[in-house]
Design a protein around this ligand. Sequence first.
Ligand code: LLP
Length: 422
Amino acid sequence: MEASQEQLLKEYNTYLELIDGELHLEGVSLKKLADELGTPLYVYSASYIRDRIRAYKEAFPNALICYAVKANFNPEVVRVASEEGAGADIVSGGELLAAIKGGVNPKKIVYAGVGKTVPELELAVEKEILMFNVESRDELFVLNDIAGRLGKKARIAIRVNPDVDPKTHPYISTGMKKSKFGVNFETAKEEYRLARELENLEVVGIHCHIGSQLLDVSPYREAVEKVVGLYRELTEEGFDIRYIDIGGGLGIKYKPEDREPSPKDLAEVVMPILEGVEAQIILEPGRSITGNAGLLISQVQFLKDKEIKHFIIVDAGMNDLVRPAIYDAYHHIVPVESKGRKHVIADIVGPICETGDFLAKDRRIEWLERGEYIAVLSAGAYGFAMASHYNIRPRPAEVLVEKGSYRVIRERESYEYIFNPK
Ligand code: LLP
């Protein structure tokens, strides 16, 4: 029993292991961390993040890997990626600051987002980031004005919407015609021609991103084929397209039966299409860098049986990890201490006053007692990043472990912090 559990854990993260039945990440006991630092607690493995950036670099040797900061914006997490040579993909002024704080050179930052504000654009123009991934005609004019006012030139790509179905959750499909992202593929050339006329802009790239959590890499083929077609047409018209940014979106293992595609699988699909293309490739992976690097530890508060249902009530709720509530997402959950007890089928729920506040439904899990800890796997991306104070629950602390040691990279929030109105 334990051998297969051990095997499964390794498929999520090679640094996860059971030592005497107790879960460890990179050699650090999660029980010890929870005892010392309290729960809920996010824990991330630095070596795992390093390995993932390296895997992308190996699969795409000449590409620029811009880690999507939205997945996990802790500057110390960003720093691990930047130490491995990664740039950053950002979507806000805050993420720009997080990237810089995490040691990313602004010359490696790309900035997407449909609703960039004037102060955000000003900040990014001042920092002279690598490229703005512009999502509308209006944005071209506003950015041109700002760059002119600041005496700078802004390098831009236009985010095109290749109308490809990524076959993922509708809320995280972004490259289809009906979505708010990017400009229509068919008319994109008009935006390019317009941008060329705006004197404070320099047109340098094409950007697309079709969606997130793609377990099947085949939709990238169609998207990249379309983008390369556009690249050739633009080049013929005299545009100097130096970057083709194919976005992020590679899926990760959430369910035990999921097979996670590797950066190499992605490269095998897209590299043949990119042959002969002189532009540098940019990728924007988020989830596939930090998702399985991290987990959320939570403590069992109460157990209760209501007619046919057994509930395990824990101290992490939808305010800490909202993915199950809003996407009906599956996160694998294991006890921090496996004791070989009988299994039960239970709903694992949080303390929030909403029926949608659950971490797992009808889940088979080892019998747990009050006070024990559980680990919610695959929580390193879009976990803390989407956490809130709902019901006035301070957001969890975050810990980075590496090679047997750990450090707190964000303290647990205090009530004073939440109530500080300034
Ligand atoms: N680039 C752009 C332009 C994006 O919009 C995104 C994600 C990424 C890159 C990174 O995608 P990734 O490699 O992480 O799939 N909150 C949702 C995910 C939203 C993704 C939004 N955009 C979730 O928890 O599943």
